[in-house]
Design a protein around this ligand. Sequence first.
Ligand code: MLC
Ligand code: AMP
Length: 503
Amino acid sequence: MVNKLFDSLFKKHKNNPDCFLKLIDEKKINYDEFLKISGRFSNLFKNLNLTPNDRVAVQIDKSPEALAIYVACIQSGLIFLPLNPAYTTNEISYFLENSGAKLLICSERNYPALIEITTKYTCMLETLNAIGTGSVIEKSKNLSDDFTAVDRGGNDLAAFLYTSGTTGRSKGAMLTHDNLLSNAETLVDYWQFTKEDTLLHALPIFHTHGLFVATNITLAAGGSMVFLPKFDLDLVIRNLPRSTTMMGVPTFYTRLLTHTRFDKKLTEHIRLFISGSAPLLAETHTQFKKVTGHRILERYGMTETNMNTSNPYNGERRAGTVGLPLPGIEVKITDTNTGKALPVGEIGELEVKGPNVFKGYWQMPEKTNEELRDNGFFITGDLAQIDRDGYVTIVGRNKDLIISGGFNIYPKEIELLLDDEYGVLESAVIGIPNADFGESVIGIIVHKEDENIDLKQIQINISKSLARFKLPRKLLIISELPRNTMGKVQKNILREKFGSVDL
Ligand code: MLC
Ligand code: AMP
């Protein structure tokens, strides 16, 4: 029996007494104990009659058991589908319908709200809470922790990660065993992770960064993680002395720089700080170097591709750039209209190709064809340039996307809801600079003259359908939206005009 990802990342740790997770209450979980939890979950999945390729959706808080569900899915040949706990019932309903998930695991507090929709989509519903209680624990506690991994090849699917699109509909990016494994193996070498490393893990585990980059690298290297429930500034400061490396979105680093205890002494034993998921300002990089002596290593990735480029471990880490293509990964800059490769130094669409690139969007062949070329290059939607030394700089986006604190927010999804509200003729949602989150969302509305408009009520109404991190921090009214000759709303003009409004 062969299971590509399980055999390479997890199976080798059976009977391994080394520490895998260090928790905040000083409790530790070693590799063998962790694999026993996932073994019991795998037997539970079998008892629930789940079969290979079934989707298992999870909307649960971060915990060691939540991570073990991911491992159990891989071991059982199931497709892991993690969802942000901030999503509303409306949002979850779409993911269940679109993915056809057979099982949803949620926190007990959300069970009453979700049982109706899981019944509608004939999806089983089980619970798992942050404190390690819930129906999956109860039902698996007397099951064997031994489970023979289901046969899976490199091209088989391991996970669906949903990523929103310009049309407002989320797309399920299909990631294979080879996608995840190749990236983990490359990054372990590139960033020189070893079993001596302890990674400070304060990221959520429902996105590529915290789930695949951080966790798979640790598993591949055989190191450990200080596994924090979330990014809490004081908690991170207290746990830095237990760690040798840290990964984070830029907001983590700008927040750390505001803490009085954050200095050279606190970080002198740290081997590596890594940033990604959103642009790290060159200014933050410089300030961090001044305060700690460390040069943050910035890398660039996406849900569809895992990691593509990285500043070097030993060579020059250039502030404001995302470094060089990772080994085995090709990148090129193309003309957005013709798709032709552009010469060194010119700005164009960034395309990437390699074993890390996903298989396509679930049941959306036309979307897949639009973004994934026949020659294997994936059109990222990011605008970039590559200099003579091969360093890539992301200069903007060819997709209408806002990144707030590392979370992606697609304006179209919010505009569609605003346009449905009483008194709204049309709307445009933009991101404006924010010192903490990088960007923040605001909504700009054109008012129907013959209808009253109540902005407070609109906020309340749309919050029923949108996770709170997507909610506009402010709604503004203008008389008309600026448009170009093709009739397209000129968001750059709106960003210039409203970029410094008070939030
Ligand atoms: C939380 N809130 C946010 C927010 N996070 N609002 C906008 N943007 C965000 N990112 C809101 C909540 O809805 C809530 O609103 C209020 O802030 C307090 O919530 P919180 O959970 O206590 O917030 P906080 O702890 O401050 O969270 C901020 C954060 C978190 C930066 C620590 O957002 C975070 O962990 N981000 C990491 C995202 C990530 O992992 N991205 C990787 C994507 S993978 P209210 O209204 O209720 O008060 C990817 C590929 C790659 O991009 O390259 O890696
Ligand atoms: P996601 O779809 O959540 O995986 O987000 C991927 C997007 O995040 C990319 O297409 C980029 O726009 C952005 N991104 C990730 N890392 C970086 C980085 N280091 N610098 C700038 N943008 C980044």
